[in-house]
Ligand binder design. Sequence first.
Ligand code: SAM
Length: 380
Amino acid sequence: MAQKPGKVYLIGAGPGDPGLMTLKGLECLRQADVVVYDYLANPAFLEEAPAAEKVYVGKRKGLHHHPQEKINELLIEHARQGKVVARLKGGDPFVFGRGGEEALELVEAGIDFEVVPGVTSAVAAAAYAGIPMTHRDHTTTLGFITGHEDPAKKLSRLDWEKLSTSMGTLVFYMGMANLENICEQLVAHGRDPQTPVAVVRWATTPRQETLVGDLSNIVRKVRGEGFKPPALIFIGEVVGLRKSLRWFDNRPLFGKRVLVTRTAAQAGVFGSLLQAAGAEPIACPVIEIIPPKSYAELDAALQQLTEIDVLILTSVNAVEAFFQRLSTFGLDVRALFGTQVAVVGPKTAEALQQHGLRPDVMADDYRAEGVISKLKERGV
Ligand SMILES: C[S@@+](CC[C@H](N)C(=O)[O-])C[C@H]1O[C@@H](n2cnc3c(N)ncnc32)[C@H](O)[C@@H]1O
C-alpha cells in the first residue's frame, strides 16, 4: 500500500501567552505526529499533542542548537515518512521567523505544507504594554525592522536616512545587542533625541517588563537595569500613550507567583481568578481526594435513604462523591425524596443544583457548625 503523504504546518505560536495562538493553529497542532518547536514558542503547547514526538530546535543568540539547514532537513525527513509535522514558531512564522526559508525548502522538496499565521510579538507586546502602534493624533505610519543584522556585513542594509524620518513608529525586533547603534543612527539621521522609546521584554507573559525612556537615554537605562532579550524596541510618540493605556502589568497581583494548593481538579478555577488579577498561578496540590478505605457505612446509609431525615453535604467534593456512589446502586436524585438536604455554602449548593436538587438548608456563615445551628432553628 502506498504511504500517505506527509504534511508540514508552519504554525505561529504567538508571543508567549498561550491564549494568543489561533484556533486553526491549535487544530493543526493536535493532528501532529511530530512537533518541531522553538525557544520562543510556549512549551505549554506541547501538551496539546501528547502522543506526538517532540523535537526542540531552539535557537538563542550564541547558542545554536540546530542550524537552519538541519531544521529544514528534519521537516522534510519526517514529512517523507508520511507524518504530519507541526513546526511551531514563536510569533508569526513569516515575520522575522525564517518561515519563508523553511517554506521554500518544502516547495523544493515537493512537500505539502500550510502556513498558519500567529500573533507577531510586536503586535502583542504593543497591546500588552499599552502602546497603540498607530494613532491618528500621533502617526499613521509604522515599520517593523530587524535590529539584528548579520555582524559579518560591513555595510548596514538598513537605509537609516529614510528609516529615521519617513515613519512615525518604528519597532525593532532582535535589537537589544544593537540598541546603542540603533539610537545613534536614528539621531544622526534626523530623529529628535527626545523621541520616546519603550523596550518590552518577555511580552504577554507573567515576566513581562517594560522600560521607557527616549533616544538619548534608553541605552543608559537598559544597561542600568541589566535589561535582557528577548525584547522589542518601540520608538515614536505613541510610546507616550502607555501612561494612560497601561493595563496588563499594573494589575494588583502582576509579577506575583502564587502556589495553589487545592486539588488538581479544583485548581483551575482558582488559577483563572488569580490570572485575571495578574498573578502566575503554580499548581501545587497538597490535597488529594481519594476513596474511603471502606464504603460499608455509606453503602448501608444509601440503601435506606428513605429512613434518613437530613443529608448534610459539607463540600463540592462531598456532593460529587455522594452522587457517584449513589449511581453505583443504579439510583439517582429521586432516591432523596423526602430527605432534607443541607449544605455548607453557596458553592456546595451550586454543585448540588448541577444534579437537579435545591438545598433545603444552607449555613449563614458557610461553616459546618452553621449548618447545625440552622437545623436546630428548624427544630431538626
Ligand atoms: C527570531 S525573532 C522571531 C519573531 C517572531 N517570528 C514573531 O513574529 O514575533 C525573535 C525576536 O522576536 C522578539 N520577540 C519574540 N517574542 C517576544 C516576546 N514575548 N517579548 C518580547 N520580544 C519578543 C524579540 O525581539 C526576539 O529577539
